[in-house]
Structures are given as C-alpha cells and as structure tokens.
Design a protein around this ligand. Structure first.
Ligand code: LRH
Ligand code: MN
Ligand code: MN
Length: 424
C-alpha cells in the first residue's frame, strides 16, 4: 500500500489552524527556532525490520493481522511510516531473517519510497536449518575454532548482502555468554571474540563501520562476553578506526548512568550509534520514552554537547535506530510513537542554554544547572515537531491519520489476516 499525498494535505488542512496557534505560542520564546526546525527536519531514525511484526515474549507470540510477510512488504511498511512522518528514511535488516533475493530490484523499490538500507545485522544467536555447527555454547567466542569460523563466515556473508544493498555498516550483537560460574574462561572467551572480530574486520569495506553492541544479560545470566561498554570499547579500540561501540538503551544493569557512558564514548570518538527503546526492568524493548523520558532527554543533552564540540553532524554522524519489538500495540503505530518520543527528546535538548549551563557548572551553581536543564525538558516541543513535519510534507498528526485512513485494515485486506513477519 502506498499513501496518497492528497490524504496528507487534506488532513493537514483540517489541523492547520489549531497547529498554528500552538506553534506561535511556543516558538516566539525561542531565539534559534529556525535552526531547530531545520535540524528536526533532517533528523532521521532507522527502523529495524524486526519491529514491523508483532514481537514475541519468551512465553509466546500473538501475531497481529496483516504483518509484512516478505522483505518487500517490510520496506513498504517503512515507506508508509516515512510518508507519515518524514523521519524514518532507512530500514535495518537482520540476516537470515531478511535475505535479499534480488538486491538491485529491492534497492530500486526502496529508493522509490525514499528508503535506503541502514546497518546490516548478523545473527549467530539462533541455529538455522541445515547449519553445520550449533551456537548453543556461543559463536565468535566458542571454544571450537570450527564454530567460530562458521560465525565469521556468516558475518562476511552479511557484509556482502549489505554491499549489494548500499549499506555502510555491520552491526554485531552476540548472545555469547555463560549461565553458570566456571562454565567459561573469561579471558579465553574474550580473546576468541577479538580474533574472530579481527577476521570479520579484515573483510569490512573501506567506507564501512563495524558496530559492537554490548548487553549485560540475557539470554545467559551469569556472564556475557561483550557485557558492557568497557568490553565493547576495548574491542573497538583493538579492532581499529572503523570499529565503534553501539549503545542499546535496554542493555544495561539497572540504574546505569547511560548519559555518562555516551558522553565518554563520544569524547573518545568511539560512539557508533544507538538502539532506542525504553525499559522498566531489563531489555524490555518498549516504546522509546514511555518510561524514562527524562533519561532520554539527558542522553540527547550529552549527545548534542559532544557532537557540537567535535563538529559531528547531528543527522549523519552517528547511527540512529529504534530497536523495539512490540507485542501489544500495532507495530507501525508503536514505531510512530517511538520516533516522536526520540525527536521530542532531541528538540528539548536543542533548547538547552549551553552557555549558561557551562557558567553554572564552572561556578558550582548546582541549582542553576538543574534549572537550565529542567527549563528545556519542561518545554512542550510537540508543536515544533509538527511544524517540521508540515514543512517536509508529512502529517501534522501521523497517528490519527494512520487510524482515520484505516491503514492497518487496508494492509490486512492486502496481505491477509494470517500474514506473519519473520523475526523475533
Ligand atoms: C539483542 C538486540 C540486538 C539484536 C536485536 C534483535 O537484545 O538488541 O540488537 O540484533 O536485539
Ligand atoms: Mn539492540
Ligand atoms: Mn536488545
């Protein structure tokens, strides 16, 4: 299904008056409003292919109707999101869930919808049919060189697929770990992971990046071989200039100060990108900003400060991606909510009075520093996001338009009630 641009115009015409009043109210208080609007228009967040179907929990999966059953349909779904908000112009594929059969045709199809291919993800956390060696006891860290080689070969294959599609990044997340003390020799597991990643790195094209994602727990519960940003950074530093750490917000131990982690990784030039989601307990993969919007804002505050200091472009310097997998809501609506929450945090962080904050910090004026941050956080920036959407031809209210147009109902009609996406 392709969205008719007239539908967006009709919708925007209906909401324009109300929007204008709300926008005028907030915007004349903001001196650099045009700069913020321009940044908001450029800011794009990639969509993972596995978020387009209903995600399961470890106890079951309740598939939604009209899920995308093919890679084309997944791209089509991202095209719909992008038409609605003009903020999601890329899709991130996971191999082998999304093997491209005809890369050229897919590339053309995607670019017709304004979509390109973001980071490619390898999968050595599940055994696939016909696979020679099992990943039950890990992949790149495995004690058996034959298993490591199989996992290395898979990653090289993923790079090849990515090259055909025009991707520029390989993202590696390993489930490798242990569930019982004594199961693993930590140093050996780390060394094996390093040498396996070095082999993969040797096959990385010159203009590609390698993202090393860390996660403290799950699926194993005693140790994870790339368990935190220290281990990831150690690997990225040893690998070389094309390797970076990837931060997934749900992959930390409870109460970790993620904004501080981000700020130091940026300082070291080793922050590659983000997997946005939110959580209350663990890797809950909930809608971005639904639990801890202040944390998301503080993360963006550090990001902007660090990127501006280093002259890194906000829109293209780092990899921005959602990594959520919803099992209750319509996945497309959930993604619209996530994109909105991420951009709200970004816009609020753009409002921070940096000069005054530095002064307050240098004078140890704790109260002033807190007031400056909270002043920005408590500003309702939603009209700014709506204005940025209006200027790019997107919908003023994407979720209500999704519902009034009956987009899911139309997808069910097209794809059938029992159409199920591959993925988690
Ligand atoms: C692991 C993870 C990683 C995977 C994705 C499916 O928890 O965050 O990024 O590739 O989920
Ligand atoms: Mn992730
Ligand atoms: Mn995760």
């Amino acid at each position: 299904m392709i969205l008719d641009p007239c539908a967006i115009e009709v919708h925007n015409d209906r909401l324009r008056g109300k929007h204008r009043r709300a926008f005028d109210f907030v915007s004349h208080e903001i001196s650099h409003i045009e700069d913020i609007l321009e940044k908001l228009q450029k800011f794009q967040i990639a969509i993972p292919s596995w978020a387009l179907g209903t995600g399961g929990t470890r106890f079951g999966r309740f598939s939604g109707a009209g899920e995308p059953a093919t890679l084309e349909q997944k791209i089509e779904d991202v095209g719909l999101l992008h038409a609605l908000n003009r903020s999601s112009d890329a899709i991130s594929l996971h191999i082998p869930w999304d093997i491209p059969k005809d890369a050229n045709r897919l590339k053309q199809f995607a670019s017709g919808l304004g979509i390109h291919f973001d980071a490619m993800n390898s999968n050595t956390f599940q055994d696939q049919q016909g696979q020679q060696h099992s990943y039950k006891f890990g992949s790149l860290h495995h004690v058996d060189p034959a298993v490591r080689q199989q996992a290395i070969d898979h990653n090289i294959e993923v790079i090849r697929y990515g090259e055909e599609l025009g991707s520029k990044c390989l993202s590696v997340w390993l489930a490798d770990g242990s569930s019982f003390p004594g199961q693993l020799n930590f140093r050996q597991a780390f060394q094996h992971t390093l040498s396996s990643l070095q082999e993969i790195y040797r096959h990385l094209p010159a203009d590609w990046k390698l993202f090393v994602e860390y996660k403290a727990f799950e699926p194993y519960f005693y140790s994870t071989t790339i368990g935190d940003w220290g281990q990831s950074l150690l690997l990225a530093n040893k690998l070389g200039p094309k390797a970076f750490t990837l931060v997934d917000l749900g992959h930390h131990l409870p109460n970790a100060n993620i904004e501080q982690i981000v700020s130091l990784l940026l300082m070291e030039g080793k922050l590659g990108g983000f997997h946005f989601n939110d959580s209350k307990y663990g890797d809950d993969d909930l809608t971005a900003g639904c639990m801890k919007p202040y944390q998301l804002f503080l993360i963006f505050s550090e990001l902007i400060d660090g990127m501006d200091e280093k002259g890194i472009a906000h829109d293209s310097g780092l990899g921005w991606m959602i990594d959520a997998s919803h099992n209750l809501k319509d996945p497309l609506v959930d993604l619209l909510q996530s994109v909105e929450a991420i951009k709200i945090a970004y816009a609020q962080a753009l409002l921070i009075d940096r000069k005054s904050l530095r002064e307050a910090q240098n004078q140890n004026d704790v109260v002033a520093a807190q007031e400056i941050l909270q002043q920005a956080f408590r500003t309702d920036v939603r009209p700014l996001l709506a204005e940025a959407r209006l200027r790019t031809g997107a919908a003023l209210d994407p979720i209500s338009l999704f519902r009034t147009l009956g987009i899911r109902e139309k997808l069910v009609e097209e794809r059938g009630r029992n159409s199920v996406a591959t993925g988690l």
